[in-house]
Design a binder for this molecule. Structure first.
Ligand code: HEC
Length: 210
């Protein structure tokens, strides 16, 4: 399984975090918690995870920036709707990790929390930032061939541009478009600093030495 290494892109993702549709400076996050019995190289898994998440971020932000400039939030909603799941699927295939975004108040109907994620998400919710950087959780799950190393990285809500589509005062035409694309949407009404969601990067344990 080949994986792409674009350190430049990862660095660029931080600069592009103002683009929209899901921003977290995943290349600079700090570790908020770890399993007490971790037997794998935690720092290495966190670094690889940050790299994959950074690629996701960079590709999505580039598409969104372009769409926002070309057609405003309505077009950007369409772009995010189709591009976000597609980029996640592509990067999952390339990296070997399963990449997805989740939230307690999700927009994408597939982005809800599983029972396994709940306690980890709750900790991120309590403290979205650690030393000014998005908090993360890392833990091992499953046994034998099903064993996985999981990283959950906080995505804090920001004023700009997130509030256009996730804030407390979403414009009526933007809200209408959101409801058309996501009839069960729960992802508006967020205040800056709250946890908007998290990125889950889940590795087969044998692939990362765990
Ligand atoms: C142009 C509107 C728009 C803007 C601006 C925007 N988002 Fe989103 N966001 C969306 C849409 C649409 C989805 C659902 C994408 C999908 O179908 O997977 C989404 C999904 C997400 C998700 C995945 C969880 C979920 O609810 O489905 C997170 C996390 C997220 N956004 C965070 C952010 C953050 C942080 C910002 C600001 C940096 C931001 N978004 C800005 C439209 C937007």
């Amino acid at each position: 399984m080949s994986r792409r290494m674009f350190p430049g892109l990862v660095a660029a993702s931080a600069a592009l975090a103002a683009g929209g549709c899901g921003g977290t400076e995943t290349d600079t996050v700090s570790d908020s918690a770890s399993g007490p019995t971790a037997s794998f190289d935690e720092a290495a898994v966190l670094a690889r995870s940050a790299e994959v998440a950074g690629q996701f971020q960079a590709e999505l932000q580039a598409k969104l920036k372009e769409a926002l400039a070309a057609g405003g939030p309505i077009l950007a909603l369409d772009v995010c709707h189709s591009a976000a799941p597609m980029i996640a699927a592509e990067l999952s295939q390339e990296s070997g990790a399963d990449l997805s975004r989740v939230s307690a108040r999700n927009r994408n109907p597939d982005g809800g929390l599983t029972e396994e994620l709940l306690p980890h998400y709750a900790l991120l919710q309590e403290m979205p930032l650690t030393d000014g950087k998005p908090s993360r959780e890392i833990w091992r799950s499953g046994e034998g061939e099903a064993a996985r190393i999981n990283v959950l990285s906080a995505i804090p809500m920001q004023e700009q541009p997130c509030s256009v589509c996730h804030g407390t005062d979403v414009a009526p035409e933007v809200a209408a478009k959101i409801n058309e694309l996501y009839p069960g949407d729960k992802a508006i009404g967020f205040e800056p600093g709250e946890l908007r969601g998290a990125m889950l990067i889940s590795w087969p344990a044998d692939e990362v030495g765990g």
